[in-house]
Design a protein around this ligand. Sequence first.
Ligand code: 6GU
Length: 226
Amino acid sequence: MKFTVLSLFPEILEAYFTSSIMAKAVEKGVVSYANINIRDFAADRHRTCDDAPYGGGAGMVLKPEPLAAALDSVGAGCLRTVCPTPSGRLFTQAYARELSAEREVVLICGRYEGIDQRVLDLYVNDEVSVGDYVLSSGEIAAMLVIDAVYRLLDGVITKESLEEESFCGGLLEYPQYTRPEVFRGLRVPDILLSGHHANIRQWRREQSILKTKKNRPELLGAADKI
Ligand code: 6GU
């Protein structure tokens, strides 16, 4: 799968694509990417990419011409194009799964005050928000979206990890322990050392329900149906 990211700070994305598990996915050929600097498509001497909003108000808006030229250069017109923005629809695991079925996705990293609406009208399929708070960097939101998507691709992480994790069964994940058996006086629950797989499975399910009740009670109704 290919991620094409349009940004004013491509170096932020470059660090992400060349580090850790993502770097391995790129090396394996599971993921490819293009980091495009919107500023390279600005036509004036100062390479201006933003301007004051019509109608007044605080902050700056991304100008349409450089952004549209950057989008044209990557063929965004015929690709799934996503704009992370706090005014988008909520990004979910289900939407991440949907995007992971695409061959290529284009992401636009805007700024908080936004991008010219005409670019959204002409190019963008989905506006997505990563949560009910405001980030100053569209790059962080784009990385969040990419991260949730690429790990679902075959060959990035094991199938077992994907199946057990939070949100898959609609419940949050149970607590995990590793060696040592006692840490600062706290013991690993006996049941995990028992080797009794059916009991361990049941304990984990109970713990998942307790954790969901405590941290995300609103998920419990939905989990029953899975
Ligand atoms: Cl997608 N972008 C920004 N800048 N802030 C956000 C967001 C996105 N989602 C929630 N807050």
